[in-house]
Design a protein around this ligand. Structure first.
Ligand SMILES: NC(=O)c1ccc[n+]([C@@H]2O[C@H](COP(=O)([O-])OP(=O)(O)OC[C@H]3O[C@@H](n4cnc5c(N)ncnc54)[C@H](O)[C@@H]3O)[C@@H](O)[C@H]2O)c1
Ligand SMILES: O=P([O-])([O-])O[C@@H]1[C@@H](O)[C@H](O)[C@@H](O)[C@H](O)[C@@H]1O
Length: 541
């Protein structure tokens, strides 16, 4: 420590002086030095303490009674990072081809000329690769941040083996050119790596996606629903064997389907769902076949689209097989910003009264969504993002009161993947005042979304390595409904037992961050910085 550092540290610990001496970033893997955390060669064992806070309204005495109860869990995380396969449904789409290109470009360190000059590959937008987490303070009182991927061992994206299905037979190089997302010079350099890659034949049912996609469907499986399911399972097993892959995650990044309208039994009971597949029932959608194939092959499944693939019977089948499933509909653009900005307004005690969000773009996903039936699930997921934020503050919103919320999306072919998002927030402010925010965003839809496919695959794989037990339990068991921790990535996040979803983005991020902290025995992030310069610290100076 230099004299200046010592002076700064001493000065800052002088009574009454509390300020941050700055922020440090430590890139190294985290090792927690605590009697509650043990690192064996194979596992991280971590005792995690937290407060479960229950509340009840004591109307008689006009108070909210709060009962904090200290809880303890013990987590066990397998430290061995497997050779991971990522199988994308819709591999030849804008997202699928863009993600594949990014992994190859990063792995081969392919740089390219764009109109702004020489560009290098990166994983910006992937929270597992380029986000950081505040862990604590160093001896000078500086806040210390670490890469999110440094907390527990995660698969590195460069090591992921990619595969997948598509109804279009285009090879990945042609698919990348069709998508027109990445720069031409990069696509040119990637062609030798991608042109030999062709998606597997896909499970398909033309009644589940728009008529305007039929011309694309030249690479589809024949046979009954059961025969298609069996073929998808064979694909997964063959992929594992050919590439010596230890684990596989399946991500749906194909077109949004219409809602499947199964019988109540098939929608709720796994055995009835499997029977409906055997019976070739019409309402078994392709996405349900992919999900069931993944689960039966013990592969986590992520639903990146808004349709109702993850029915209760599918989720129960996954629970029975101890396979994480996550969904629904990646939250990558306008809705993600909406779940931050609305939370900001309400969190500051302002009352949004009109939220009018409009976007237009011209990619194939949007082309498909011009079909009103296919638009419905997307409209629901884009519209449902405010509920938890609004209902969290009855000082602003009476029961049943909510902002005027408009969602409009238009298809403009010329613009391709370039999504333009114009949003206007009009809020009531202090003493009759108004606060109006007009936000205009532009980005290539796949540039925003592809990193989320990576993150959900990497984090789902981590979840397969985590088990826990409560005090007194003999054995460790899988974390049920832990996929809630991946809500951050979804517009319409799955919730355990039908609880209403949390969509406020920073609550969702805290959930993810605190889950990772818990795996190494660290309590939830409290952000009480002043405690960092507490009396104890002053005494030690
Ligand atoms: N920002 C984003 O891009 C974003 C955000 C949220 C959700 N999503 C969702 O991600 C999905 C993919 O988006 P995209 O822009 O890549 O779309 P896209 O149309 O470019 O790609 C979808 C691909 O799926 C293929 N496909 C359709 N049905 C299939 C089936 N049954 N089996 C296998 N392949 C099938 C199509 O041939 C196409 O190649 C869409 O459902 C979209 O709603 C995208
Ligand atoms: O993520 P976001 O920007 O709110 O919503 C987007 C929609 O506006 C767009 O129409 C659709 O093509 C994308 O898949 C994405 O879902």
């Amino acid at each position: 420590m230099t004299d200046n550092d010592a002076y700064r540290a001493k000065e800052l610990r002088a009574p009454g002086k509390v300020a941050s001496v700055g922020v440090r970033y430590s890139p190294w893997p985290v090792q927690v030095d605590s009697p509650e955390v043990h690192y064996s060669d194979e596992y991280i064992f971590a005792k995690f303490h937290y407060e479960q806070v229950s509340t009840c309204e004591d109307r008689q005495n006009g108070r909210t009674l709060v009962r904090p109860e200290r809880q303890q869990l013990e987590f066990r995380t397998d430290r061995c990072v497997p050779r991971l396969g990522l199988l994308q449904v819709g591999w030849g789409g804008n997202n699928g081809s863009t993600l594949t290109a990014a992994v190859v470009a990063n792995r081969e360190n392919i740089c390219w000329e764009s109109r702004e000059g020489l560009c290098s590959p990166n994983y910006y937008g992937s929270v597992t690769q380029t986000a950081s987490v505040h862990l604590g303070c160093d001896e000078q009182g500086a806040d210390v941040f670490v890469p999110l991927h440094a907390i527990v061992p995660l698969v590195h994206p460069n090591d992921i083996i990619l595969g997948g299905w598509d109804i279009s037979s285009s090879n990945l190089a042609d698919a990348l050119d069709r998508a027109k997302v990445l720069d031409v010079d990069l696509r040119r350099q990637l062609r030798p790596f991608l042109e030999r890659i062709k998606p597997w034949r896909a499970a398909f049912d033309k009644s589940f996606i728009a008529q305007n996609q039929q011309s694309r469907a030249d690479n589809i499986l024949s046979g009954s629903k059961q025969e298609q399911l069996d073929s998808l399972r064979d694909d997964i097993r063959r992929f594992k064997a050919e590439h010596k892959v230890e684990k596989v995650v399946v991500v749906w990044s194909a077109n949004s389907e219409r809602y499947a309208e199964l019988t109540t039994e098939a929608a709720c009971l796994p055995e009835k769902l499997l029977q409906a597949i055997r019976n070739n029932e019409a309402e078994i959608s392709p996405s349900i076949l992919y999900a069931v194939a993944a689960i039966l092959e013990h592969c986590p499944y992520v639903n990146g689209s808004p349709q109702n693939t993850l029915l209760p019977s599918v989720v129960e089948l996954a629970r029975q097989q101890a396979v994480p499933v996550s969904g629904n509909d990646f939250k990558s653009g306008q809705t993600r910003l909406k779940s931050v900005f609305t939370d900001f307004l309400v969190g500051c005690g302002l009352k949004p009264r009109a939220i009018v969000t409009y976007n237009h773009l011209g990619n194939n996903d949007m082309y498909q969504l011009t079909d009103g039936t296919m638009w419905k699930p997307k409209s629901v997921s884009k519209s449902g993002v405010l509920e938890d934020i609004v209902s969290s503050n009855r000082a602003l919103f009476a029961e049943g009161e909510e902002p005027d919320h408009v969602v409009v999306v238009k298809y403009v072919p010329f613009l391709g993947d370039s999504k333009r998002d114009i949003s206007e927030y009009t809020s009531e402010a202090f003493m009759g005042g108004r606060y109006t925010n007009i936000i205009h965003n532009e980005a290539l839809d796949s540039i925003l979304c592809a990193p989320l496919i990576l993150d959900t695959a990497i984090l789902c794989e981590l979840l397969t390595r985590v088990t826990f037990r409560r005090p007194g339990d003999e054995t460790y068991r899988p974390l049920e409904s832990v996929a809630v921790a991946l809500s951050f990535f979804m517009k319409n996040p799955m919730t355990p037992y039908g609880l209403p979803p949390v969509n406020a983005l920073w609550r969702q991020r805290l959930c993810l961050e605190n889950m990772l902290r818990a795996l190494v025995g660290l309590g939830p992030s409290h952000e009480l910085w002043f405690l960092g310069a507490s009396d104890d610290a002053r005494k030690s100076s």
